[in-house]
Design a protein around this ligand. Structure first.
Ligand SMILES: *Cc1c(COP(=O)(O)O)cnc(C)c1O
Length: 378
């Protein structure tokens, strides 16, 4: 046995997970999921070997849907679908449903890496107008709503509520009330209070705030389904999924089970979206304070008014110092702090399951690291 392994056994390190995604999950729910790997509650079978047509799984799906409906107080005219293909497939499914004659373009905001991906996919399907882009400025801020040239005739309006890579989050909902509003909420869905009725379609995969990868939540209003053209491949058409209530083909049973557990936790343990938002605000405030009080040692990437509460993106004076930060952080049990591979730097993702305690440990580490590596302990 290696010396490191022995040491690890003697002094188990408490791990704090700041991963950008798949992200942290509530420890108690992981424990329940582990038990279900051996036996799904009352089923004598592993959750990995149980039919998706079983009554048990139908109840799991119904419970998951019920929690989402209750958390958002969702009216009946919305479908809640649990689909596959991640949010990336939604970049295509949305325009397939909504971007077709008469020839009005869809309007998109280009606020970062993920909205750029969504735009590229929509363009394969129909006309897209980018009404604002932060690309030349390196995606450091978000547009002011009143400056956006929004068209009442647009096929729909699409934006990403939280740009996960650059750490930008809309403080309020952009777009016009008279145009179909679509949002990719992959990295901040159910992290805060939300008036879902202002949207015709919301999509968010599970692996950042809700569960493991493999499932994406789509909330879609009935009139969107009615607009979809005939002849779409079934898997790319919301209607067969809505008709089959998310069991059109074999769904990712385990991912949906864990997602249901996390939704149950959010409702019953945390107490709903307002309580969750309060915790998330406290976490982000604590970490941004540690950055702001560092006298420029830590450098926040986003303009202050566009700062994300989910993904805190920052850097140090050099990439060598950042590498040192990451290595020392790992030694303290702080994991997943590297920035996205496309922009480098550092990123602490503060998804729902990341606790205030973990953020406190990170902030203490950051102060200590600065006192050892900053000029005159600045
Ligand atoms: C991570 C992410 C995606 C990509 O999701 P996949 O499930 O990997 O396809 C899309 N949009 C946003 C905002 C993301 O953060």
């Amino acid at each position: 046995m290696r010396a490191g392994a022995i040491q690890a056994m003697e002094r188990p390190l408490e791990a704090h997970n700041f991963s950008g995604g798949p992200g942290a999950l509530p420890a108690a729910m992981l424990e329940t999921a582990r038990e279900a790997l051996m036996e799904a509650p009352g089923q004598h079978l592993s959750v990995l070997g149980i039919s998706h047509r079983s009554d048990w799984f139908r109840e799991v799906l119904d419970e998951a849907e019920g929690h989402i409906r209750a958390l958002l107080e969702l009216p009946d005219e919305y479908h809640v679908l649990l689909l596959q293909g991640g949010s990336t497939l939604q970049f295509s499914m949305v325009p397939l449903a909504l971007l077709h004659g008469p020839p009005h373009p869809a309007q998109y905001l280009h606020t970062g890496y993920w909205s750029g991906k969504a735009i590229a996919e929509a363009r394969r399907i129909g006309p897209v107008e980018v009404v604002w882009s932060g690309e030349v400025e390196g995606f450091r801020r978000l547009p002011a709503q009143e400056r956006l040239p929004l068209d009442a005739q647009a096929a729909y309006f699409h934006y990403v509520s939280n740009e996960t890579v650059e750490g930008l989050q809309f403080p309020d909902v952009p777009g016009r009330e008279d145009v179909l509003r679509v949002a990719d909420m992959s990295s901040d869905f159910l992290s805060q209070a939300l008036d879902a009725r202002r949207f015709c379609l919301i999509y968010a995969h599970a692996q950042k705030n809700l569960g493991p990868s493999g499932v994406v939540v789509v909330i879609v209003r009935e009139d969107v389904l009615a607009r979809a053209p005939d002849g779409l491949p079934s898997m790319l058409d919301y209607r067969p999924h809505a008709a089959a209530r998310s069991i059109y083909n074999t769904p990712p049973v385990f991912a949906i089970y864990v997602t249901m557990l996390v939704l149950r936790w959010l409702r019953e343990e945390i107490g709903g979206l307002e309580a969750m938002e309060g915790i998330n605000r406290a976490k982000a405030a604590m970490l941004y304070a540690a950055i702001d009080e560092s006298g420029g040692f830590y450098r926040g990437r986003a303009a202050v008014e566009a700062r994300s509460r989910m993904n805190v993106v920052f850097g140090l004076a050099s990439s060598a110092l950042e590498a040192c930060f990451l290595e020392e952080a790992r030694g303290e049990g702080l994991f997943g702090l590297e920035g996205h591979r496309t922009i480098g730097g550092l990123r602490a993702s503060l998804y729902n399951a990341v606790t205030l305690d973990s953020v406190e440990v990170l902030c203490d580490f950051m102060r200590d690291f600065r006192s050892r590596h900053g000029r005159d302990g600045a």
